[in-house]
Design a protein around this ligand. Structure first.
Ligand code: F0G
Length: 357
């Protein structure tokens, strides 16, 4: 089958008509990798474990699913400028889709707290990049107000078209497994993605594509876990800058997904996130960004605590790896051993290659 973007593939499930211009970079159709090595490493052999690698989207994150629809609908309505606040990935995606659409894009980012890869994307795609001396929540407050006052279209996940596009991640999983998984583990930041997946699963079930719904298992970083603590976090802090968010826009919807699915929203520490990040790369050859590893860190935490239901027939677990590790190489380099340095001689090479442990 020739590659299609998510709008063409799931047209019947999306708010588009033949008059909607399709702005696409052929997003979606990302790998659902069986993760046997990881299962063995973390003691999940009693489950069927899969990784949905959303880092394989055109701009390297799941945001492209929502952005193709949000930008297409914005162009349909005559928008000339889109705007967003972002911890990095939304800005990279918005900038790329705006470039293809030939419209302007302005992105507000928290100063000093976005991964370099993401910043380089927004700049290269020609966005107006505005660094805010505040955090993501401050930037989001600003863009929401700007979208009310000026002729600019907001493309954060408060825009319902973003959620509509992102729900296609759930469709792909069901299409591939033939049924919804039993558990879905994922990171939670502004809480749009957990909202979108839950909507996707419910709609696909309503349309007869699946019978079961997964338990939604969302994980925030411990230093940025407002939903877990039940109150906004004024100064969120975590190494996983993508989810460094203290007052999520889709807070209520995320809680609804948790409650309706009998799932959880819990937190994982930065150390747990970094461990999962390294294990994923070293056991499965999958390099995701730190925030993406939060779901897997949550899985490890729940397995260790014996908190995950088990059955004789293996239950299925899908972890959503939301973004690519190459977005934030600095974090990788900081958290792993440095390369060995040698003189340009065979003796030196030999001594490293065959060093006894
Ligand atoms: N993982 C990555 C890699 C992200 O970039 C984000 C959010 C999330 C997880 C959390 O998803 O917000 O829908 O709960 N990034 C946003 C951004 C906030 O601006 O790029 P969420």
């Amino acid at each position: 089958m020739p590659r299609q973007g998510i709008i063409e593939r799931y047209r019947a499930y999306l708010p588009v008509t033949e008059n909607t211009p399709v702005i696409s970079l052929m997003e979606g159709d990302t790998p659902l990798l069986p993760a046997k090595n990881l299962a063995k490493k973390i003691g999940a052999e009693a489950y069927e474990l899969y990784l949905k690698f959303e880092g394989m989207n055109p701009t390297g994150s799941f945001k492209d699913r929502g952005m193709t629809l949000a930008v297409s609908k914005a162009v349909e309505k005559g928008a000339k400028t889109i705007i967003c606040a972002s911890t990095g990935n939304t800005s990279a995606s918005a900038a790329a889709y705006a470039a293809q659409a030939g419209i302007r894009c302005a992105v507000l980012i928290p100063s000093g707290n976005i991964a370099l890869g993401k910043l380089s994307q927004a700049l290269m795609h020609g966005a107006t990049v505005i660094s805010v001396n505040g955090n993501f929540d401050d930037a989001l407050t600003l863009v929401k107000e700007a979208a009310e006052k000026f002729p600019v279209t907001l493309v954060n996940s408060l825009n319902p078209d973003r959620i509509e596009g992102q729900k296609t991640g759930a469709f792909e999983i069901v299409d591939e497994l033939g049924e919804a998984p039993d558990f879905q583990f994922m990171p939670v930041g502004n809480a749009g993605n957990i909202t979108a997946y839950w909507k996707g699963y419910k709609e696909y079930c309503d349309r007869g594509k699946c019978i079961n719904l997964p338990k939604m298992m969302g994980f925030q970083a411990a230093g940025a876990a407002p939903i877990v603590s039940g109150k906004p976090v004024e100064n969120p802090e975590t190494i996983a800058t993508a989810i460094r968010i203290g007052n999520p826009a889709s807070w209520k919807q995320a809680e609804a997904a948790k409650t309706e699915s009998a799932g959880v929203i819990d937190s994982v520490t930065d150390n747990e996130i970094l461990d999962a990040y390294k294990i994923l790369a070293a056991t499965e050859g999958v390099f995701c960004e730190p925030a993406s590893a939060a779901g897997v860190a949550g899985l490890i935490k729940y397995l260790k605590a014996g908190k995950l239901e088990k059955r004789i027939a293996k239950l299925r677990i899908v972890c959503i790896l939301t973004g690519h590790g190459l977005k934030d190489p600095e974090c990788a380099i900081r958290s792993i051993e440095k390369p060995v340095s040698i003189a340009p001689s065979m003796d030196a090479l030999k001594s490293v290659l065959f060093a006894s442990a």
